[in-house]
Design a binder for this molecule. Structure first.
Ligand code: SF4
Length: 238
């Protein structure tokens, strides 16, 4: 069943530390008066413009295999191809902080307020991830209340455009989920509008199902090796 989630604004307002980290600055010492002022302004702008919402829908492994196959552009093997059959539960998802934030970022850059525009962009990116975290929590609570998840169940999200899942996979994902219901559209080049949106699949099960060696062919081009941190964090999560 498809579920639309109105996400409370305070759930997605990021910490100053997270925004500074995202901007590439120091997060553990005094950022300086100018940066602190920019952060205050950006958070104020964000609070005024954000409309965080999410949508998710459970799918079984057979349905997801077709959605994941998409237009046949994925790398094989890939982590998700190995992981999703081991999941206890799968759900397609999309989340956004809304179009007004992206419009405001573009307006700030247009009028030459580059520092504030970049800070608001970082706030919105962090907030978009927090919208995903909120959806994880809602979907996990639902699964636990239905008895299909227990205390050891964890959620990890995977998205088209990463780790071997080709960005063209967005088309099959959008066709199955219809994130247009919360205002997210897909462009011809598979970018989401509003830009500050995320989509993909939530994979639920014991943390160990996400164990894999990051030695796929495409991993040699990966600069972040982000999967290592995500899996470590997943295992340390309550
Ligand atoms: S190393 Fe990079 S590309 Fe490879 S699985 Fe991890 S995050 Fe994905």
């Amino acid at each position: 069943m498809r579920r639309i989630v109105e996400i409370p604004l305070e759930e997605v307002v990021p910490t100053a530390e997270a925004v500074l980290r995202s901007l590439g600055g120091p997060s553990d010492r005094d950022a300086g008066a100018r940066v602190e002022q920019l952060l205050r302004e950006a958070l104020e702008e964000f609070r005024a413009e954000a409309e965080p919402r999410g949508i998710y829908a459970g799918v079984d492994a057979v349905e997801f295999a077709t959605i994941y196959a998409g237009e046949g552009d994925n790398e094989a093997p890939s982590p998700l191809l190995e992981i999703f059959p081991r999941a206890d539960r799968l759900a397609l998802f999309a989340a956004t902080v809304g179009g007004q934030v992206s419009d405001r970022i573009a307006a700030l850059f247009d009028e030459g307020s580059l520092a504030l525009g970049a800070t608001l962009d970082a706030v919105a990116s962090e907030a978009t991830e927090l919208a995903g975290v909120h959806l994880d929590r809602v979907a996990l609570e639902e699964a636990r209340s239905e008895g299909t998840a227990d205390a050891d169940t964890r959620v990890l999200r995977y998205s088209p455009g990463y780790c071997g899942w080709n960005i063209t996979g967005q088309r099959a994902l959008f066709a199955a989920l219809d994130p247009g219901a919360i205002g997210i559209e897909l462009t011809a080049s598979c970018l989401m509008q509003p830009l500050k949106s995320i989509s993909g699949v939530m994979v639920m099960g014991p943390a160990e199902i996400h164990d894999f060696a990051a030695d796929y062919g495409f991993c040699s081009d990966c600069r972040t090796k982000d999967c290592r941190l995500r899996i470590r964090e997943l295992k340390s999560r309550d």
